[in-house]
Design a binder for this molecule. Structure first.
Ligand code: XMP
Length: 516
């Protein structure tokens, strides 16, 4: 049976993904479709409701995304938000004024009808987040106006008989404290959708889909130590048991404890068959004498593919494998506009004796999921907390957090400092506020210090704690002084080569999150 799905029509400006996430938080599955999707195509997908997102355009702009009024003849419940609200008002015969009425940011919403389906029973005045230029001045025929603001007369309307409603504000953002309740009411009460998208149902459906796809076949999955590959592998393991082989390349650029987390904890939690490749020496040799960041990245990427190929060839020597598991997430799918299901691992250099092109069919068990859902699924599958909660960590690992040449000693130094910083941040309960906190070793810089009776000539490490929604932009996290003090004291005492700890207070832009 097809999962009951809400389609979010994307009018731009990054609201659509947030709306889809909020719908799923109300236990209803949702997907995003572009504004250009024809109504016939929407109907063919049999959605249980449609939500029209906000967007930057004015409904009067020449290139404003169009809304086909035929959508409202289909009987599908529709909720319009912000731009979607105005487009809906216009399409149904209401009036939208291009009169310079603007509201941006926190605004008070006043209920004009306290018995409405979306807002009834909520405080008669409450804050919402607005962001609009035009405004709806007359609701379409058959709609009840249920809220206004100080500047706009029509801030929400509904026609519950036709299961249509809209709000001028953004219920999906945290600045609208009752927004989630309003979305929930639309989905459950107005549209009558049963809340069925739960962690348990995600796992059941995904496992069924993997079994259907892989059949009696075998699969291989590369683990990185991060949450996506671990959860993808755990789901496939649950579906096909030891017909899955996991491959873990230890390139020596991991942080303290990460190899053990995969080899011991992940395996204990899932029972997965794991093939670990010890490749530290190979990576260090390839990186010897290299300081240029782009060259480091290239070398690490190249070596990784080679080592993975060798490992794959080892597995292929024993069994036939048709499927390659990848941890692609829903935002990647949306942003790349879909995508196909076959990957070719090209054996560029034929080091592993693979045939010229080994073709695998991709298994992407996380393709429908947002990151927070992946974490919840991972926790439900019993994966170790350290893996499930792991902050983003770049593929080239500590290799791009040593400014200068990468050597075994420098890795040891950085690993020790990084472990202390992570330990103290976790102990202080700050993990939730921090997107990630790279610790960077300035290996080519030395500064004078004094420790005990002697002068030292050690290296600085940089703490780069950032807060972010998506890593595209970021701000430096205002860490409490006492936490910084504990990290600084411990690092300079416990890590021999480090005699200074400095804090990076640069936002992104202009600074990137990583230093290389
Ligand atoms: P920047 O430094 O560009 O980082 O602000 C944004 C996010 O991407 C991660 N990052 C990488 N991830 N390979 C990766 O897999 C890379 O080469 C790489 N460089 C940066 C970074 O950790 C942050 O989350």
């Amino acid at each position: 049976m097809q999962t009951p799905t809400v389609l979010v029509v994307d009018y731009g400006a990054q609201y659509a993904q947030l709306i889809a996430r909020r719908v799923r938080e109300a236990d209803v599955y949702s997907e995003i479709v572009p504004a250009s999707t024809p109504v016939a195509e929407i109907v063919a997908r049999e959605p249980v409701a449609v939500i029209l997102s906000g967007g930057p355009a004015s409904v009067y702009a020449e290139d404003a995304p169009a809304l086909d009024p035929a959508l409202f003849d289909t009987g599908i419940p529709v909720l319009g938000l912000c731009y979607g609200f105005q487009a809906m008002a216009r399409a149904l015969g209401g009036d939208v004024a291009h009169d310079g009425t603007r509201e941006y940011g926190r605004t008070e919403l006043s209920l004009t009808d306290t018995s409405g389906a979306l807002h009834g029973g909520l405080p008669s005045r409450h804050p919402v987040w607005m962001s609009h230029g035009d405004s709806v001045v007359r609701a379409p025929e058959g709609f009840t106006v249920t809220a206004s603001s100080d500047r706009v007369a029509v801030a929400a309307f509904e026609d519950t008989d036709r299961r249509l409603a809209g709000v001028q504000y953004h219920p999906e953002v945290g600045h609208s404290p009752h927004g989630q309740e309003v979305l929930r009411r639309f989905l459950h009460d107005v549209a009558g959708i049963a809340p069925a998208w739960t962690t348990a149902s995600i796992i059941d459906e995904t496992v069924d889909a993997i079994r259907a796809q892989v059949g009696d076949g075998r699969a291989i999955c590369g683990l990185s130590g991060g949450v996506d590959s671990a959860v993808a592998a755990a789901l496939v393991q649950r579906a096909i048991g030891d017909r899955l082989t996991c491959v873990f390349v230890d390139h020596g650029l991991l942080r303290a404890g990460e190899r053990e987390q995969v080899e011991k904890d992940f395996v204990a939690a899932t029972g997965a068959k794991l093939h670990t490749v010890d490749a530290e020496r190979r990576f260090l040799d390839a990186l010897a004498g290299v300081s240029d960041p782009e060259q480091k990245r290239k070398i690490i990427g190249r070596e990784f593919i080679r080592v993975f190929e060798v490992a794959t060839a080892d597995v292929l020597a024993e069994e036939t494998v048709d499927f390659l598991v990848q941890g692609t997430l829903y935002p990647d799918v949306v942003e790349s506009g879909g995508g196909s299901g076959t990957a070719t691992i090209k054996s560029h250099h034929n080091v592993g004796g693979l045939p010229d092109d080994v073709e695998f069919t991709l298994v992407e068990p996380l393709r429908a999921l947002f990151k927070d859902e992946v974490r919840t699924v991972g926790a439900e599958l019993g994966l170790p907390e350290v893996i499930v909660r792991r902050q983003p960590f770049p593929g080239p690992g500590l290799g791009i957090r040593i400014i200068g040449e990468v050597t075994a000693d420098r890795l040891e130094t950085l690993r020790a400092a990084d472990a202390i910083a992570r330990e103290e941040l976790t102990a202080s309960g700050l993990d939730g506020e921090i997107w990630q906190c790279p610790v960077v070793l300035l290996a080519d810089v030395r500064s004078v210090g004094v420790q005990g009776d002697g002068r030292t000539y050690g290296h600085p490490i940089v703490l780069r704690p950032v807060s972010s929604e998506d890593a595209m932009t970021a701000d430096w996290t205002r860490l409490p002084y006492d936490v910084l003090e504990r990290i600084s004291t411990r690092v300079t005492n416990e890590v021999a080569e480090v005699n200074r700890v400095v804090l990076d207070v640069t936002s992104k832009p202009p600074g990137t999150i990583e230093w290389e």
